[in-house]
Each structure stands twice: as structure tokens, then as C-alpha cells.
Design a protein around this ligand. Sequence first.
Ligand SMILES: [Mg+2]
Length: 301
Amino acid sequence: MAIPDPLRPLPTPSTQAGRDGVAALLARPARAVVALDFDGTLADIVADPEQSRAHPATVPALSALAPWVASVAVITGRPAEVAVRFGGFSGAPGLDHLVVLGHYGAERWEAATNTVHAPDPSPGVEGVRAELPAVLEQTGAEGARIEDKGHAVAVHTRRATDPRGAFESLRGPLAELAERHGLIVEPGRLVLELRPPGMDKGVALAEYVRETGAEAVLYAGDDLGDLAAYAAVDALRAQGVPGLLVCSGTEVPELAQQADLLVSGPAEVAGLLEALAHHIDAHHTEARPRGPAREDRPDLA
Ligand SMILES: [Mg+2]
């Protein structure tokens, strides 16, 4: 029989609401939803978004926690299939009930079936896609890079000669382009994304929590696009559903200021998830881990 690891310390949130969120999660993990952004939260930010991969500690941490909680969901602006691939989520042990809400909830991948449900492409995105190269050329934002997400188009300036200058000079022209095609612009960390309105992580998270009937929620993100999910958790708290807001990194002060718990990045997000799993495992003899863990424990079969 394996000797259990010593209990990992659980960081204390800086707010009472956050401490209530952790307490609720630990008290009744089987009624809790854990929702996480992908880039910057489960995967380190890299210059080329196509090279993004989950941090090596991410899948093991998710696998440790998932069997104890009602559900783990990844909520991302990326296409669901891309996040699944870059995350290495498909077929991962313990993640057989993972849900990935892609395109801010417009798409949904379920590990149980390994299929993606996706909406039809928006005509506005087609129009933006056609005009975008000319707009970038006119703006002279040297080194800006287009990422075609299918249901959205993003312009990255991280590799531009002057990343911040290119970002600022593109804001106006891209807002105008988006408006002409009925899209909105979502700014992020040196990225401007043009997409159909009505898709945001707050709507996705609120619907998911409603669907699962969760009684506690943890949300972790790193960027401006996560503010909507933070607002959704605030609204849930007002309705009596405790929640914990985790901010990964401090590059986006608007988000960090609203967080209950600040961690340095994806490695520490994984550490937090693993610590939660350890604490639940140590204190909840009544909790019933599902999936492969059950086979190792005849007392729970
Ligand atoms: Mg992110």
C-alpha cells in the first residue's frame, strides 16, 4: 500500500467571501463545480498561441480533484477541440467526466463521448476574416499575427516589434471593423479578439452551474475575458452559492484586484487543485470518488 503524501498546505483566500467559498467546497465537494480558464491558467502564456500546452502539473492535478467534485469544466475562448488537444485532456485518467466549454461556451466537448457540439459559423466572422489582412496593413502594426479560431478571429501583438504600441494602434480600427460586421472586440493580454456578441464566460459559467445544480463554485482565470465569469460568481454568491475567485498571475490588475486568491501562474493553479484534492481526501470519508479511484478502494465499490 502506498504511503500517502503529507498534507499540502491550502492557501488562505484574502477575502471572507473566498474563505466561505473554500469552506463550502471542502464541506460538500460532491456538490461543487470547479471551472477553469485555459491559457494563462492551465497553460503558461507563450509567444505563439499554437505552441500553447497545458502545464505538466495540470492534468495530474485535475485528475486528482475531478473524482471528488460534481464537475470540472474548462471555459476558454479557444475552440473546444483545440483546448482538448493542447490540454491533453482526452482519455486522461480520472477526467472521464471533464467538460470543455469552447468559444466562451458556444461549443461544448464532453470527455464521456469525446464529441464537440458546435454552432454554425457566423457570417460576421466571414466578413472580418476577409477584410482583416488589409486593415492590419493599413494600420502598419508590424508583426501582428492573425489567429483564425473558426467562430472568432484574434489578432495577437505579442510578437510585434512594439507589442503594446501595436495593440493600442489596432484597437480603434478593429473596433470599427467588428462593428461593421456585427461583432464585438474582446481585449486580452496583447490580443484583440473579434467575435459574435452574446458569448462570454459569465453566461457560460452561470448556465453550467445552473445545469449541474452546484452549491459551490471555484473559478480561476488570468485575463480580462475572465471578468465576466468573476461577475457570474459574484451573482451566484448574492444568491447564496458560495464561490472562490482565483487569479493566475498579476499581469491583469483589473482581475487580480477582484480575486479572493492570487497565485503566480499555471504551476500554482495546479498546486492549489492538488492541495484541494488532498484536503478532501484526508477529511471526507463520506465523499465518494468516482472513476478509477473506486477500483482501488473496495470499501467504496
Ligand atoms: Mg486566459
